[in-house]
Design a protein around this ligand. Structure first.
Ligand SMILES: Cc1ncc(COP(=O)(O)O)c(C=O)c1O
Length: 371
């Protein structure tokens, strides 16, 4: 029987970074300071430098990064926020958490990202913000989205959880919006060894608001200016992220190399639709997603051949039980619903070998040959 190819593995990263990670964790241990210390400040500085942006704040996770960003902008009850119909539910949940209403907008069928053409029609007098999500590692068409936001006086909050280092017209994601959120969930392109999240902005006032909100609404210990959260990035995670940030570009290139192999080898096999990258953006391949009418059978077949795959995501947010109060039935967002039925995420991560990639391609090919 062939060896298992897991959908995702940390083995390679852990192996090459092991000594450095242990050293970074030991330094935090010996510092006797575990929350809001030098390691966090250092990582925030490095992450901001990497993005050529003024401010970065480490927070507890990506969902909190979105919530705190919306709160810093003053988004609240009765406001509407435009959000992709096909994103991970966290983007919708953040909007709900501040009391506002998520208004789904369908993606472009080719890129899976928010379709700029469809945004204008969804804007009402209550619309306050747009959250473009750079889904699966590909930047949205940010020039178009910023243009629409400016014309309509809307805030932009990028959800950059899946696209660390992606670019649109040469500019990095996480630097376009008024304030932007990201996740350092372990399996993200830049991942901690536990939960973590980040906020980036050029706006000093928004930075200060979010900074106070993440720490009980307090700048000075035991003096609380607003009702805040406890949402801080631990020292140990910040130190780990500083190590991993140095390898982000190298790891992204490994992902892009695997993606290029998939793209050249899967083209023309069966009814597979390979991912499309918009010419003005770069794709950092958080996921490599194919579409096929035979998705479930293909996934089952790969599973029997010891190849792990996942579906991102099987149920779009508007059809989740959590959003039953919106009464959005099947058919409301046909593009998102159709994607949920046809998409399959193939293994892609630093350390996936050429031999493994070749085996995945040939197994997919065998599936269609026997169909
Ligand atoms: C698009 C998107 N937004 C937000 C999040 C939330 O991040 P976290 O899991 O760190 O809360 C995630 C990741 O899970 C995500 O993929």
């Amino acid at each position: 029987m062939s060896e298992q190819i897991p959908f995702f593995s940390f083995a390679y990263q852990n192996q090459i970074l092991r000594e450095q990670l242990i050293e970074a964790m030991t330094q935090v241990l010996d510092s006797n300071w575990y929350i809001m210390g030098n390691a966090l400040e250092q990582f925030e500085y490095e992450y901001a430098q990497f993005h050529e942006i003024d401010y970065c704040l480490g927070v507890a996770n990506g969902l909190d990064a979105l919530i705190l960003s919306l709160k810093a902008l003053g988004i609240q009850a009765n406001d509407e926020v435009l959000v992709p119909s096909n994103t991970y539910i966290a983007t919708w949940l953040a909007i709900s958490e501040v009391g506002a209403k998520p208004i789904g907008v369908e993606p472009c069928e080719k890129t899976f990202n928010l379709d700029p053409q469809k945004i204008q029609a969804a804007i009402t007098p209550r619309t306050k913000a747009i959250i473009p999500v750079h889904l699966y590692g590909q930047s949205c068409e940010m020039d178009q989205i910023i243009g629409i936001a400016q014309k309509n006086n809307l805030f932009v909050v990028e959800d950059n959880a899946q696209a660390h280092g992606s670019r649109c017209n040469g500019q990095m994601t996480g630097t376009f919006g008024h304030i932007n959120a990201t996740s350092f969930y372990p399996a993200k392109n830049l991942g901690a060894l536990g939960d973590g999240g980040g906020i980036t902005t050029r706006d000093k006032e928004l930075y200060q608001k979010a900074r106070v909100l993440r720490n009980y609404g307090s700048e000075k210990k035991y003096y609380n200016e607003v009702k805040g959260h406890n949402s801080r990035l631990d020292e140990i995670q910040a130190a780990i992220l500083s190590v991993k940030l140095k390898y982000l570009n190298e790891f992204t290139q490994l992902r892009q190399h695997i993606a290029a192999t998939y793209t050249s080898s899967l083209q023309g096999i069966g009814d597979i639709i390979i991912p499309y990258t918009h010419p003005k953006v770069t794709h950092v391949y958080h996921q490599y997603i194919i579409r096929t009418d035979h998705r479930d059978e293909l996934q089952h077949y790969l599973n029997t051949k010891q190849i792990g795959t996942l579906i991102h995501y099987p149920v779009p947010p508007h059809l989740q039980k959590a959003y039953s109060e919106l009464n959005l039935t099947e058919g409301t967002f046909p593009i998102a619903e159709n994607m949920a039925k046809k998409m399959l995420s193939l293994p892609i991560y630093p350390g996936l070998s050429e031999a493994d990639t070749a085996r995945i391609v040939s197994t997919i090919s065998d599936f269609y040959a026997n169909l």
